[in-house]
Design a protein around this ligand. Structure first.
Ligand SMILES: *[C@@H]1O[C@H](CO)[C@@H](O)[C@H](O)[C@H]1NC(C)=O
Ligand SMILES: *[C@@H]1O[C@H](CO)[C@@H](O)[C@H](O)[C@H]1NC(C)=O
Length: 288
């Protein structure tokens, strides 16, 4: 997978995430992993005081929190330094009040082949590319959906154009040299109607040769990015303003006379540190 497609995946998962209260992302961004890989899961949230924690269901246990027998918890993220096949399961973030994020199915294989498929649901109408791969390269492979052969791809990847609800299902791939991948469920969600303007033209997008797992057409993407920037900029600017106001607070307004009066009563050392404390005490002295 080249850098552009990785960027597309990243941007689309960001967009997916900003529409949710909290969003679970996984790195590497795959739902199938090789045994022994390092995996990092994080809850991207707006409100860190809500105490979002990772939880999972596996075949052995349910609702187990990160750090309680699995993973290493750090704030609202969780790291697994060596993932095992028994770590396969469904993962999600849950707040202290019981609110939940999206959930992600993770399958860990002890074999040498995985199907690389989208971790997050695919938007209706987008293109999705599946890769059949080893740790190092794509494999010529047969692709299956719900147990039936759908395509044979010598290059090791297949693209489904304009995904619809009927493409939802359980996918896997099989390589004659390396064997079969686990199966992964691909889910398709309807396009949100309020967040994007209607497409500028009705012409179908050009079919490209390169794998294009981008989940959204560029004009809509730019529109949504701008929306999110507009939402976040006031936060950012007011934070900067508050920080700079705070930094300037001690200088300027304090009457110089208080310095003159207090100097003899205080030691030379630590004067600067006590500066803030001195002024209120002097003011109260004046009131008596
Ligand atoms: C985890 O397991 C519990 C108990 O079986 C179930 O109620 C819950 O829906 C599961 N969570 C997910 C995200 O599958
Ligand atoms: C996880 O997999 C099960 C079937 O294997 C499927 O029903 C479910 O929708 C999947 N969940 C997600 C979040 O993809």
């Amino acid at each position: 997978m080249d850098q552009t497609s990785l960027l597309w995946l990243f941007v689309s998962s960001l967009l997916f995430c900003t529409t949710n209260q909290a969003c679970l992302t996984v790195s590497p961004s795959r739902s199938q992993l090789f045994k022994g890989e390092f995996v990092s899961l994080s809850c991207e949230e707006d409100d860190s005081s809500a105490g979002w924690k990772l939880r999972r269901n596996t075949t052995r246990e349910t609702r187990k929190e990160c750090g309680d027998g699995w993973g290493k918890s750090a704030g609202s993220s969780c790291k697994i330094s060596y993932i095992h096949t028994m770590d396969s399961g469904v993962y999600w973030c849950e707040s202290r009040e019981g609110a939940t994020s999206n959930s992600i199915n993770i399958t860990v294989t002890g074999g040498s082949v995985i199907l690389q498929s989208p971790v997050l649901p695919v938007m209706e109408g987008d293109d999705v590319t599946l890769h059949c791969q080893t740790k190092t390269s794509n494999l010529p492979a047969d692709f299956y959906k719900d147990g039936s052969l759908i395509r044979t791809e010598p290059a090791g990847h297949m693209t489904i154009h304009h995904v619809s609800k009927s493409d939802e299902g359980l996918y896997k791939c099989h390589s004659s040299s390396h064997g079969e991948s686990p199966s992964s469920w691909i889910s398709v969600t309807g396009k949100p109607t309020t967040t994007a303007p209607p497409p500028a033209s009705e012409a179908p997008p050009p079919v490209s040769e390169a794998p294009t797992p981008g989940h959204e057409a560029p004009p809509q993407l730019v529109f949504r990015l701008v929306c999110h920037l507009v939402v976040f900029c006031p936060y950012f600017i007011s934070t900067l303003l508050m920080v700079s106001l705070y930094r300037h607070r001690p200088t300027g307004n304090d009457p110089p006379v208080s310095m003159v009066i207090t100097q003899p009563t205080r030691g030379e050392q630590g004067l600067d540190d006590d500066y803030d404390n001195i002024i209120p005490s002097v003011t109260t002295e004046y009131h008596f």
